[in-house]
Design a protein around this ligand. Sequence first.
Ligand code: 5GP
Ligand code: MG
Length: 427
Amino acid sequence: MRSQYSGPPPERGLFCNRTLNMRAIKAVGYDMDYTLIHYRVEAWERRAYEYIRDRLVEQGWPVADLTFDPMLAIRGLIIDTAKGNLLKANRFGFVKKALHGSKPMDFDAQREAYNRTIIDLADRRWVFLNTLFSLSEACIYAQLVDRLDAGQLPGPMGYVDLYEHVRKNLDATHMQGRLKAEIIADPERYVIDDPETPLALLDQKSAGKKLLLITNSEWAYTEPMMHFAFDKHLPDGMTWRQLFDVVIVSARKPEFFTTRSTLFEVVEANGEALLRPHSGPLNRSKPYFGGSALELERHLGLSGDEILYVGDHMFGDVHVTKNVLRWRTALILRELEDEVRAIAAFRATEIRIHWGLLTRAGNDKSHLARQVERYADIYTSRVSNFLFATPFVYLRSPRGSLPHDPSLPGGTPVFTTGDGAGSVPTE
Ligand code: 5GP
Ligand code: MG
């Protein structure tokens, strides 16, 4: 997990875990939300949070006074639904920091709870915060645990039931049209513009790569948002639709990568989007709904190692794609920009005060860092970073280090001094 890319600025590098020759990549698939389009996290998550909270108020819960706390959670934390805790774990799954509800656990309580526990994300007890969309969920869950402990919520209810209730309401918030309608009506408020993202795609297209859009968002949201984020930055007369060879909305990732679902064509008629079952070749001028990655591979006539998929969701975009299909994968991790700057300036504690760096847990790599290493061939803070390299760049992974490696001149010191001071800032 060290930069192979020396071009400026360092926090916007293309970081390589497994050697990737972009010349061999024939198609690049993109996720939309938090990949091609980056949101103002606090604005979006606060609004999503308010929708969940207001749904609970409508159900009679006394929570109208709760407010979103953007400092409570970061991506890569793990919710322990059995105990109502929010955890940061290291790469082995050992818990290094814990909150019960929104309150830090003291050392003894944390040791008592987790001394003999290794987190295995395959167990439903643990919920990994895979994306920036998870922050509202973690925040409201932690605050509701406080209320549950204080006997202020309708009962009887345990921490698991509480989590499931939050999850159900978050799902409903994303699925009902009101939140999305607000975003579409005022995109400037929610979207951070990046004029270079459309140019990065244009560059890849000019280099002969097929471009695919594969998003879980529905067509009614995808169309106006892509229009807003892309069209004004493309050459005159060109729209985002012309960039892509295949557009698939409501893809239902991760199932898109693992199961075969029916493919529909989205037919727009009188301002409404209707679905018509589709078979046969895909038409580049038409958007599709659902389907599966296997069907897409067949349509493209490509094998998995000729397709790069770029997304921000650790599990849905990157883990499954790599594990099941062996596609090449790129993770978009916007927080990396703060993280790299903080490491360079050696002021890890100044960002995200109580959780510290995203990719570290104590002296070690965090659980998130381990997943990035395992499943993302490359990772970078934003799609437009591809512009710093050519579409044919050969990205080479650094030589792996092992504890018995002799330290290289100018390289990472092997020893720590015993007072916790290592080669990287710790928390
Ligand atoms: P993508 O990142 O694949 O482009 O799209 C993400 C889509 O999933 C967005 O439309 C977003 O609203 C939706 N989404 C994000 N988190 C959740 C969730 O927890 N539940 C549901 N039902 N949808 C979600
Ligand atoms: Mg996404």
